[in-house]
Design a protein around this ligand. Structure first.
Ligand SMILES: *Cc1c(COP(=O)(O)O)cnc(C)c1O
Length: 379
């Protein structure tokens, strides 16, 4: 069986975990966390990066830092993971969905402006499959209406838009290091902060509402409870795993992009014959090989395709069921405008196995199995 995902493992993870355990410092903000924060800041030219316990907690932090009033609205796509919306609820806001573009599956920047009301506070963009949203237009809208931009870059670690790292373009960026993402620590994430005015409050939120980070830097002589907070510090044991991966980040990204390219090239003939649609990567976007997907005719063909692939020993999966149709989506959110593409396109999309270390032979096997489906179908 060719599985859909295998968590990345480069080889040094156990060595660093052992070092951590032997150092007797296994709670948060130890030496590996400092190294990872600095690595992310330097590599992505970010003002400030703080590791968190998950991509979800990074989103929660971003929303809490925004400090909007209860009932304020936040615009986002409905084709995303629940965390993008739950974080808005954590911040006391109302999620307002707009439609996606059918080519990149990202929020349709041309439909954002019409959804803005006097209660709109922020826009959350989701860089689907590590391919950037149209950030020039979105940044421009945000500037004109004085809105905060939060990037859900959970899938976009290492991707760029016009040369700028995803996560560093908006006011806040959120990364995920879940085992299904390009770089992993089991469960984990990071918050990227653009404006240094937010640094201190972010550290306080992350440290149970205390100014402990300041204390550890020797800036104050005792620490105390000063604000609301939570515990967003990942354990050093997990971070040690991530550090091994960040050191080999280029190799991981290169390996994933090679697989992505191999799929993309192999499906050209089926795409030309109109049997499948391939992912679109706009010229301004350099992606990170996070995901390879095909779009089929409709839901019924996709279901048959997934069954066929399973019978061939290949695990393929569909992705988000739009949040608008979920029970909590109906209860807490509203959809602005018409859902032309969100539901239709999400029902056609199927993801193929793609992970660090997937061999060329396995990719070729997946391609051959997929091609067999279309031969049999046209008979
Ligand atoms: C994975 C993911 C998240 C959540 O990240 P966790 O680290 O699992 O909490 C949020 N948004 C998107 C778009 C994701 O892909």
């Amino acid at each position: 069986m060719i599985t859909f995902n295998v968590p990345p493992f480069v080889g040094d993870e156990l060595k660093y975990i052992e070092q951590t355990v032997k150092s007797r410092k296994i709670s948060g903000d130890g030496s590996f966390t400092k190294k990872c924060n600095a690595w992310l800041e330097n590599t992505f030219r970010a003002q400030k990066v703080l590791l968190t316990t998950s991509g979800t907690s990074a989103l929660d932090m971003a929303m809490l830092l925004c400090k909007f009033q209860a009932g304020d609205e936040v615009i986002l796509p409905s084709y995303t993971f629940s965390s993008t919306a739950t974080s808005i609820l954590v911040g006391g806001g109302v999620p307002v969905f707009v439609d996606i573009r059918p080519d990149t599956m990202n929020i349709d920047e041309r439909k954002i402006e019409a959804a803005i009301t006097e209660r709109t506070y922020a826009i959350v963009v989701v860089h689907y499959a590590g391919v950037a949203c149209e950030m020039d237009s979105i940044t421009d809208i945000a500037r004109r209406y004085a809105l905060t931009v939060i990037e859900d870059a959970a899938q976009g670690v290492g991707s760029t838009y016009n040369g700028q790292a995803l996560g560093t373009i908006g006011d806040f960026g959120c990364y995920s290091f879940h085992e299904t993402k390009n770089f992993s620590m089991g469960e984990g994430g990071a918050l990227v902060i653009k404006n240094p005015d937010f640094n201190e409050r972010a550290e306080i939120l992350r440290e149970k509402g205390t100014n402990r980070s300041k204390f550890f830097r020797g800036q104050i002589d005792k620490y105390t409870w000063v604000d609301v907070g939570d515990s967003y510090l990942p354990s050093e044991i997990n971070v040690a795993y991530l550090w091994a991966q960040l050191q080999r980040a280029d190799e991981i990204t290169h390996d994933r992009l090679t697989t992505w390219r191999r799929y993309y090239d192999a499906f050209q003939t089926l795409a030309a014959a109109g049997k499948v649609e391939l992912p679109t990567v706009p010229a301004a976007c350099q992606h990170n090989g996070h995901m390879f997907y095909l779009k089929l005719k409709d839901l019924s063909e996709r279901t048959k395709f997934i069954d066929h692939m399973r019978a061939e020993g290949v695990h393929c999966v569909f992705h988000y069921v739009p949040l608008r149709s979920a029970p909590a989506g109906q209860k807490y959110c509203r959809f602005h405008g018409e859902d032309i593409f969100t539901t239709r396109e999400s029902e056609r999309l199927v993801r193929l196995p793609l992970y660090y270390g997937l061999s060329a032979e396995d990719v070729d096997y997946v391609v051959a199995a997929a091609k067999k489906f279309f031969r049999e179908e046209s008979r």
